[in-house]
Design a protein around this ligand. Sequence first.
Ligand code: GFB
Length: 297
Amino acid sequence: MVGSALVRRLEAEGFTNVLKRDRSQLDLTDESAVAKFFADEPPDVVVVAAAKVGGIKTNNEYPVEFLLENLRIQNNIIRSAFEAGARKLLFLGSSCIYPKFAPQPIPETALLTGPLEPTNEAYAIAKIAGIKLCQAYAREYGATFISVMPTNLYGPNDSFDLETSHVLPALLRKAHDAKTRNENKLIVWGTGKPRREFLHVDDLASACLLLLEKYDSPEIVNIGCGEDITVRELAELICGVVGFNGELVWDATKPDGTPRKLLDITKIRALSWQPTIPLRQGIAQTYEWFLANRAVR
Ligand code: GFB
């Protein structure tokens, strides 16, 4: 989702020299394959958008895979980028790197000030290792390797798998399925009380391009929209967009996760960036994409 949004944005800006490989062409967990790719076609700028990602359930159930795959992917890319002489690298982290009970909105300085949320600790630890590796290359070798921390993202090319996806695409699909099957109930995980901040992936892409042009510090930068809503409010918003009028049923056997993770975006705003896609509009656009590309009719 993030990689394709970046490519869309770069191509819209007129770049014709974007090097991309999909999973079938290059296995990023394969150290020698990644080293060969970078040696054969040394890039000027590198964005580490690839990662094993997923929602609360799969993060919680597969900590080994989230740790190992993410460490392998990011270590291989960051190291090979440096060896190949890349001028700049941007590493994508996540808002889950911050402590479970961080002050809200969460400033970048909250990193490593308290215990993590257990449901995504493995993923968070891998992402923190990625940030630290970029900062280590900057300190030890003077590399311009920067890191950004996006809030919960959504948009075209997201995963809509009901078991492994994040809340927004999962609820879009559940509401769509319930509507098309004429069901009157929609099951939502947890209590509906946790608060989450959602950013359209095209807004993330514009922030990344700006930082690639204007920001060289190894200090991390948050990227969010500055507002959060409860999971219940999100579910109601999605039902409105999809046109599902049934009842929400809460499944308390599923975890809530962290109570709140609203990012402090003072730093990126100071660089004259701001999000442009309001949540309702972004959900409507993502639903259209889902209907055209993923929905089973
Ligand atoms: O988006 P989500 O899976 O992950 O869940 P996190 C957010 C909230 O939505 C939780 C609730 O309180 C879920 O219980 N929820 C309600 C649902 N219904 C559903 C549903 O059908 N599917 C899903 N997935 N959730 C993730 C981390 O945390 O955030 C990742 O696990 C990553 O590591 C990502 O950092 C940004 O927001 O809790």
